[in-house]
Design a protein around this ligand. Structure first.
Ligand SMILES: Nc1ncnc2c1ncn2[C@@H]1O[C@H](COP(=O)(O)OP(=O)(O)O)[C@@H](O)[C@H]1O
Ligand SMILES: [Mg+2]
Length: 504
């Protein structure tokens, strides 16, 4: 059988990096094909080449056996290739139908909303998609908005649908429904290229999987013929251990107590609406939730970079509400922020300087009035080797390092200066699997040492694996806190979507 889409020896270079190097790939009609790889492996770049957004430097793309040149997404769409990006382009005040129709710029097309509605209703029926076509975009959840993007692609007759990390914005239940609809779409003959870095998803949904590592094709295999461990090895290039070994936590001494905390966001909106919880010594308290529900602001208030409007933060018995970030840090609270480059460090500083940021006055790094460069160098090179930070030198300006390496600098620094508790917001996002494994190990070591850790993550598996208790945040409120044993993914997922009445 001839593939619907064939990619032969595709190479795409950026000034600093070869994002795709001689990648070949076939996608057949009606298959769900996963494109798997670590952060930076070149998945999105390949997808953008297939969608006509980037022009490959060399190589050839065939569609239905014919060589094609995709000068822009319009060419791709006309062929029948649709793509849903990680950031949606929808118009909030318009309805679903209006958004679909507005997106089409074919000349001479009359904006016949009735006709569009009929066509969309038919598409939804065929694939089992449930979206209120008359709802305005702003009324929809992020997951529902993603369906609107998919509808836009289906409306123009896509035969191949490229989805770039679509489950990042979904709760577990939404992901289940999403996958069953994708299955139905493939049964109806649609081809789907699903980009992901999550091994569980690949195993669950795909017929075949193509693995990329550092821009190069590792292999394409039948999903039924590989194990998760084998895929991980292909993705990372070495053995990866998934199981997290965790001993039961025994301590019950509160280290951080948060009472009825309220705060506003950057636009003045109420983002924290009375958050209360206690973090104990020697425990990891997981904060589950879809990002944008107040996590970022909560971490900022706790670490002293955002003002609380009311409420209280106690570190042991000391009220640290609205104390400066420096004070909070000196008192032994480490903070790994979500936005690394802007909040976590000073981009113009060198790697070593950022590693001791905030500690320049500490006895450790001083010799009399001067900085003890020997000590700093030792510490920095230890961090570089244990965290596998890829840098040309210790004095290299931080701004020239990749996101993953910047994250490692912050982790290395905060891990060494948090004697009381550690506030970690998305500490592993964007890191390579091997480094994630290392970070998990270090988090558990810190917990063993008796440090309280507040851990927010979009990766629910990570939360479930590491946490002693799990709190669910939704629209600036904690909707529930579960013990490790009673935490089931079903309940947590519902709360992540704001469903508190489980019988509903
Ligand atoms: N527009 C761009 N300009 C320069 N470099 C880029 C650009 N887009 C991606 N890259 C680089 O190409 C590599 C592959 O990136 P990407 O395709 O986004 O990976 P993935 O989607 O697998 O995470 C990375 O090293 C990234 O930094
Ligand atoms: Mg990507």
């Amino acid at each position: 059988m001839e593939p619907l889409l064939r990619v032969k020896q595709l190479t795409k270079r950026f000034p600093q990096v070869v994002a795709n190097e001689g990648v070949s790939l076939d996608i057949y009609k009606g298959e769900i094909h996963c494109l798997l790889g670590e952060n930076g492996a070149g998945k999105s770049t390949l997808a953008e080449c297939l969608y006509g957004f980037y022009r490959p430097d060399s190589g050839q793309i065939y569609f239905k056996g014919k060589p094609v040149r995709l000068a822009s997404p319009v060419d791709a769409i006309n062929l029948g290739i649709g793509m849903v990006h990680q950031h949606f382009v929808l118009v909030p005040p318009l309805t679903v139908i209006e958004n679909v129709v507005v997106g089409i710029q074919e000349t001479g097309l009359i904006l016949d909303l009735k006709q569009a509605e009929q066509r969309l209703t038919r598409i939804c029926g065929t694939y089992g998609i449930h979206v209120d076509l008359h709802a305005k975009i702003w009324q929809l959840s992020v997951g529902e908005q993603q369906w609107v993007e998919i509808l836009k692609a289906l409306y123009v007759g896509s035969e191949l649908l490229i989805l770039d990390e679509p489950t990042a914005v979904l709760t577990p239940q939404e992901t289940e429904r999403f996958f069953s609809t994708l299955k139905q779409m493939s049964h109806e003959g649609l081809s789907i290229l699903l980009i992901t870095h999550k091994l569980n998803e690949v195993m669950q949904i795909s017929d075949r999987v193509t693995v990329l590592r550092r821009g190069k094709l590792v292999a394409t295999v039948q999903t039924s013929e590989v194990t998760k461990a084998e895929l991980a090895r292909m993705m990372v290039g070495r053995e990866v251990i998934f199981t997290v070994h965790k001993t039961a936590s025994s301590r019950q001494e509160p280290v951080l107590t948060v009472k009825d905390l309220r705060a506003r966001g950057d636009k003045g909106q109420e983002v924290l609406q009375g958050v209360s919880f206690t973090l104990n010594r020697g425990e990891i308290l997981g904060l589950a939730g879809i990002s944008g529900n107040g996590q970022k602001e909560l971490f900022e208030v706790l670490s002293g970079v955002r003002r609380a409007e009311s409420g209280q933060v106690l570190l042991e018995d000391e009220d640290i509400t609205n104390r400066s970030s420096n004070y909070v840090m000196v008192r032994g609270v480490g903070h790994v922020p979500e936005d690394r480059l802007h909040e976590g460090l000073i981009p113009d500083f060198s790697l070593s300087e950022n590693l001791i940021l905030g500690q320049q006055r500490s006895r450790l790094y001083r010799r009399g009035l001067f900085l003890n460069f020997e000590q700093i160098r030792k510490f920095a090179s230890m961090c570089v080797s244990t965290f596998e930070i890829k840098t040309p030198s210790l004095s290299h300006p931080t701004k020239f390092l990749s996101g993953g390496n910047i994250q490692k600098i912050i982790l290395a620094r905060e891990f060494t200066q948090c004697p009381q508790c550690l506030l970690a917001n998305q500490p592993t996002r964007g890191l390579d699997v091997g480094v994630i494994e290392y970070v998990h190990k270090r988090l558990l070591e810190k917990r063993e040492e008796g440090i309280g850790i507040l851990l927010a993550s979009e990766d629910l598996d990570e939360i479930m694996d590491l946490s002693d208790r799990i709190a669910v945040i939704f629209k600036g409120q904690i909707l529930g806190i579960f013990d490790d044993e009673e935490a089931d993914i079903e309940k947590i997922g519902l709360l992540m979507a704001g469903v508190t009445d489980v019988t509903a």
